[in-house]
Ligand binder design. Structure first.
Ligand SMILES: [Zn+2]
Length: 470
């Protein structure tokens, strides 16, 4: 479309201020402008996200989205979530895109001179500011593309829904769980793309891989407690709570839960094997087979903590406390054992495995909080194929891998609620992105490319095959 119609659709005129570059196409300028606006609204937990949600809602309305398709709701005035909809022809269930609007706090200490965490600064090819990578870049990209698609007159065959949510990082008002519990009809969809997960990894200055998160482990801690009779330490007795618990933990140190595999981890190892060599490559191919080679799994698990973490549920002691005084026998000894549960293992299974491994009926195991395991999403070809194709257009030759993350987030909640969910960020970064720390940054090129990636993927996923063939 022409520049004039983009301007009429609410695209910013010219490249004023930071975040713009002379001569950039208008859709690129809009995304950058939205990123600047979002960074300058401090959405750390104490402030809430409502101002950011309102700013984006205003942009959508002035671009012509009707009031009824730009909705806000949340448990508290300062914890509002924004749900916007680009109407399609109703041929199929909607496609949902999510990203969170909140950021972790950003004390000024540690930021380079001249950088303000709540001002978007462009320097040496990077945008700096709290949230540029986690994950206001995605919120800006999603809203910019809704506006772009509407301005182009694109009518999808099915609705495109964008939900921008509160309290993913901390705070008790997680927007995804609130929407699932209170406005499920607003986000009801065939599947979900979460831009706060997955993404491209840069290694040695090169794009190494694009990951699509299709599965997550569940975080569940247990308290293990042994009790003793107490008494004066001058007259030790046989039943010492510290010794009992320590002996149990020593057994835990020597044992691991059984190996587990799913479609995501098999596909992961199969693809990564192509860029490995020698024993590691053949072991990866061997665990990707059905049935998998357990000896190969053993070698891989020993090779790196990461491979171990995606091959099984893990349980590790993380805290210990015992006793009341230097001269008293300990009345009790307690440890926290933190488990990351592989999708498909139940809480009861893990608890049973722990009890068997600690091997002492006097050590009482109690789950701390009740997390609900999250299933893996099927690798739907209608999602995975367009991702691979569009990634191939933008980043030729870069492998696309499904991954299971050993931590939990909003994707896990969506999967628990029955929505296949894909962590589908298109941002490439290295390990120096500063997420949650000082000097958070995203390369300007990676931001622009990710916005284009969202554009192509949003358009493709909203056009179902049947409609495309008509
Ligand atoms: Zn995040």
């Amino acid at each position: 479309m022409g520049v004039l119609s983009l301007l009429a659709a609410g695209f910013p005129a010219g490249m004023n201020g930071q975040g713009g570059a002379p001569g950039a196409p208008p859709e690129r300028a809009l995304a950058r402008d939205l990123l600047r606006e979002l960074i300058e609204i401090n959405t750390a937990p104490a402030n809430g996200c409502t101002k950011a949600a309102e700013a984006l809602a205003a942009r959508l309305r002035s671009a012509g989205f009707p009031e009824t398709d730009v909705l806000m709701a949340g448990p508290r005035p300062e914890k509002q979530n924004l749900v916007a909809r680009l109407r399609g022809r109703g041929q199929g269930k909607p496609v949902l895109w999510i990203a969170h609007l909140d950021v972790v706090d950003a004390p000024r200490e540690g930021w380079l001179p001249g950088l303000d965490p709540f001002r978007l600064t462009e320097r040496d090819g990077f945008f700096y500011g709290r949230g540029v990578l986690d994950v206001k870049d995605a919120a800006a990209g999603l809203v910019a593309n809704l506006i772009r698609l509407r301005a182009e007159g694109f009518v999808p065959s099915r609705d495109v829904i964008v939900a921008l949510t509160a309290d993913e990082e901390t705070g008790g008002s997680n927007g995804v769980s609130w929407l699932l519990a209170n406005r499920r009809d607003w986000i009801d969809s065939a599947f979900c793309l979460n831009l706060d997960a997955g993404g491209g990894q840069i290694e040695n200055g090169k794009r190494a891989r694009l990951t699509v998160q299709t599965s997550q482990k569940t975080n569940q801690s247990f308290r293990a407690e042994a009790k003793g009779p107490g008494g004066h330490s001058s007259q030790p007795v046989g039943n010492n709570a510290i010794y009992r618990l320590s002996a149990g933990l020593a057994r835990l140190a020597e044992h691991d839960p059984p190996f587990r595999f799913n479609e995501s981890t098999r596909a992961y190892f199969e693809r990564v094997a192509e860029s490995e060599s020698g024993q590691i490559a053949s072991d990866m191919k061997a665990v990707a087979k059905d049935p998998p080679d357990l000896e190969a799994a053993r070698r891989l698990a020993a090779a790196t903590p990461y491979y171990n973490s995606i091959l099984r549920t893990t349980c590790v002691a993380t805290r210990l406390e015992a006793g009341t005084a230097d001269n008293a026998l300990p009345p009790s000894a307690r440890a926290v054992i933190n488990c990351r549960i592989f999708p498909g293992d139940s809480l009861e299974f893990v608890r049973g495995w722990l009890a068997q491994t600690l091997a002492d009926p006097e050590i009482v195991l109690t789950p701390m909080g009740g997390s609900v395991p999250s299933p893996a999403s099927p690798l739907l070809p209608e999602v995975m194929d367009p991702i691979a194709r569009i990634a191939g257009e933008l980043w030729p030759g870069v492998p696309v891998l499904p991954v299971m993350d050993p931590w939990a987030g909003d994707s896990a909640q969506m999967r628990r609620a029955g929505f296949p969910t894909f962590g589908a960020s298109g941002v490439f970064s290295d390990d120096n992105g500063g997420e949650h720390g000082a000097n958070e940054r995203i390369s300007v090129a990676a931001f622009d490319e990710s916005v284009e990636y969202i554009y192509r993927l949003m358009k493709t996923l909203a056009t179902d095959a049947a409609a495309a063939n008509r």
